[in-house]
Design a protein around this ligand. Structure first.
Ligand code: UN1
Length: 497
C-alpha cells in the first residue's frame, strides 16, 4: 500500500491532509505525507468554553451511561484496528505488530474504563460522633487537557480519555506535532462512537493541532483543571509548575532511565529475550525502554556475548515489512542525538557494540542498536536518550546494584532477573527499587493497562491507566451526615451558648 492508501484506509480525507501549515513526515522514508491545518491559538478560549459547557451536562449523566460511550469507542476501535495500526506505523515508524499493539492498548483501556464506570465508589468511615455517618463521594473534576507524545501517538490519549470520560470530564487533546494524522483518524473514530451514543454534549471530546501556543493555552487556563502531559522531562519541568501555579492538577508522565538487574541465579536465556525486546523494541523510543543493564560480574561477560550475538541478527528496516523488528527513529535529529551520546559514552571509556547508521528505506533514520559496556554510571548514562542505546554496568553485591539502579534522576520502570526469592523481594521492598514500576523476571517495558502507570522523581509522579488512577480525574468530597437530634462537635470541643 502507498502512504496515500494507508491514510485513506484510516479515514483521512483530502481536506485533512492538504492545505495546512503543519508538514507531516513519515519516519519510514522521511517523505512529507501531509500538510495538516493547525488550530488558531485565538480559538482556544472558545474551545475551552465549549468543553466547560459540555462538562455541565456530562457531569450529571450517570457514570454507567458515560461508560456506554467508552464501550462504543472500544467497539469502533476494534473495527478500525488494522487501519489505525497501519497509520501508526506510517506516522510513528513502529513495526506492524507494535502499531497494532498500540491500538490493542486503546481497546484494553476502554474495556477497563467500562467496568470502572460501575465501580466508582468511595469509603464509608466510622465517625467519632454518635448518630453521624461519614463517607466520601467522587465527583467529576472538569475539563482534562491531554498533551501526548509521538511515541505512543494514540494510546496515550486513550489512557487518559477513557478514564476522564467515565469520570465525567470532557477532554481536549493536543497531540505531538509529529503525529497529527493518527490523532485526526482516532478522533474520527471517537466521533463515530459519539454519533452512536446519541445525546452526548457537543464539545465533550475535542482535538487541537499545533505547536507550543496551543499547549500553553491549555496549560495556562484556569478552566482546564487537569493537565495530563506525556513527554520529556524538560517539557514537564515547564508544564508542571505552570499548572500548579494556577492551582490545576498536573498528571505528568515524563522521562525514564529504566534498568534491569541481572543476578547470578538469573535464567539468562529468558533475560536475553526480555532485554532485546525492551531495549530495542520501538527502536528504543518508549519511555519504558530498557536503557541500563546492571549485571553481576560473574555473568556479565557471558550475558554481553549472548546479547551482542542476538543484536547482530536483528532485522532492521522497513517497519511495514513482515519480520522487521527495528524500524526507524522518528527523525534524523533523533539519530544525530543518538550518535552524539554514543560518542560521549565512548569518550567516558565505553566499549561500544553496534550503534551505527543502518540501511533501511532511503530517507529514513535507521540505526543498529547500541550496546555499550561502561566503566561506571557516568553523566551520559544518567541521561535519557530516546534511541536504542543500552549501557551495561557490573556489580558485586545486591546493595550496590540497587544503589546503581536508583542513582539516576528518573524513576519510571525497573526490573530484576533472579531466581533468588530474597533478592526479588528485597528489590520490591521499601529499600529496593525507587521506581513507579518494579518487575521480577520480566522486562521494564510493555506494561499492561490494568496497573497504574507512571513513575517517581523526574518522571513526574503522575499515574495513568489502571488500578485507582481514575481518582486523578475526579475530585473527592468528604461528607459527614448527622442523623441525630444533637450537635456534638468533633475533638470533644464544647461551645455552649
Ligand atoms: C510510553 O512510552 O509513553 O509499558 C508509554 C509500556 C507501554 C507504555 C509506554 N504500555 O511500554
Amino acid at each position: 500500500m502507498t502512504h496515500a492508501d494507508i491514510m485513506k484506509a484510516a479515514g483521512l480525507t483530502e481536506a485533512d491532509i492538504t492545505g495546512g501549515t503543519l508538514a507531516v513526515r513519515s519516519p519510514i522514508d522521511g517523505a512529507v505525507v501531509a500538510h495538516v491545518k493547525e488550530t488558531d491559538p485565538a480559538e482556544m478560549p472558545a474551545i475551552i468554553a465549549r468543553a466547560n459547557a459540555a462538562f455541565k451536562a456530562w457531569r450529571t449523566v450517570p457514570a454507567p451511561r458515560r461508560g456506554e460511550l467508552v464501550r462504543l469507542l472500544g467497539e469502533e476501535l476494534r473495527a478500525a484496528k488494522a487501519e489505525l495500526g497501519a497509520l501508526v506505523t506510517l506516522e510513528a515508524g513502529k513495526i506492524t505488530s507494535e502499531g497494532l499493539g498500540e491500538v490493542q492498548e486503546m481497546i484494553d483501556i476502554c474495556d477497563f474504563a467500562v467496568g470502572l464506570s460501575r465501580q466508582i465508589y468511595g469509603l464509608t468511615i466510622a465517625s467519632e460522633r454518635p448518630g453521624h455517618r461519614m463517607m466520601e463521594t467522587w465527583h467529576p473534576m472538569g475539563t482534562c487537557g491531554i498533551i501526548s507524545a509521538f511515541n505512543f501517538p494514540v494510546a496515550v490519549w486513550s489512557w487518559n480519555a477513557a478514564l476522564a470520560l467515565v469520570a465525567g470530564d470532557p477532554v481536549i487533546w493536543k497531540p505531538s506535532e509529529k503525529t497529527p494524522l493518527t490523532a485526526i483518524a482516532t478522533h474520527r473514530i471517537m466521533e463515530r462512537a459519539l454519533a452512536r451514543f446519541g445525546d452526548a454534549p457537543e464539545g465533550l471530546s475535542q482535538l487541537v493541532i499545533g505547536g507550543p501556543a496551543i499547549g500553553e493555552a491549555l496549560v495556562n487556563s484556569k478552566d482546564v483543571p487537569i493537565i495530563s502531559a506525556t513527554g520529556s522531562t524538560r517539557m514537564g519541568g515547564i508544564v508542571g509548575p505552570k499548572v500548579a501555579a494556577r492551582w490545576g492538577r498536573p498528571i505528568l508522565e515524563l522521562g525514564g532511565n529504566n534498568a534491569m538487574i541481572v543476578a547470578p541465579s538469573a535464567d539468562l536465556d529468558m533475560a536475553v529475550r526480555a532485554i532485546v525486546f525492551s531495549a530495542v523494541g520501538t527502536a528504543g523510543q518508549r519511555c519504558t525502554t530498557l536503557r541500563r543493564l546492571i549485571a553481576h560480574h560473574s555473568i556479565k561477560d557471558d550475558l554481553v556475548a549472548k546479547l551482542a550475538k542476538a543484536y547482530a541478527s536483528l532485522p532492521i528496516g522497513d517497519p511495514r515489512k513482515e519480520g522487521t523488528l527495528i524500524g526507524p527513529l522518528v527523525d534524523h535529529a533523533s539519530r544525530d542525538r543518538m550518535m552524539a551520546q554514543i560518542a560521549k559514552a565512548r569518550a567516558e571509556g565505553g566499549k561500544v557494540h553496534g550503534g551505527e547508521v543502518a540501511a533501511g528505506v532511503e530517507g529514513g533514520a535507521y540505526v543498529s542498536p547500541a550496546l555499550i559496556e561502561m566503566p561506571a554510571q557516568t553523566d551520559t548514562v544518567r541521561e535519557e536518550t530516546f534511541a536504542p542505546i543500552l549501557y551495561v554496568l557490573g556489580y558485586e553485591t545486591l546493595d550496590e546494584a540497587i544503589h546503581l539502579q536508583n542513582d539516576v534522576p528518573q524513576g519510571l520502570s525497573s526490573c530484576i532477573f533472579t531466581l533468588n526469592m530474597r533478592e526479588a523481594e528485597t528489590f520490591l521492598s521499601a529499600a529496593g527499587s525507587d521506581c513507579g514500576i518494579a518487575n521480577v523476571n520480566i522486562g521494564p517495558s510493555g506494561a499492561e493497562i490494568g496497573g497504574a502507570f507512571g513513575g517517581e522523581k523526574e518522571t513526574g509522579g503522575g499515574r495513568e491507566s489502571g488500578s485507582d488512577a481514575w481518582k486523578g480525574y475526579m475530585r473527592r468530597q468528604t461528607n459527614t451526615v448527622n442523623y441525630s437530634a444533637q450537635l456534638p462537635l468533633a475533638q470533644g470541643v464544647k461551645f455552649d451558648f
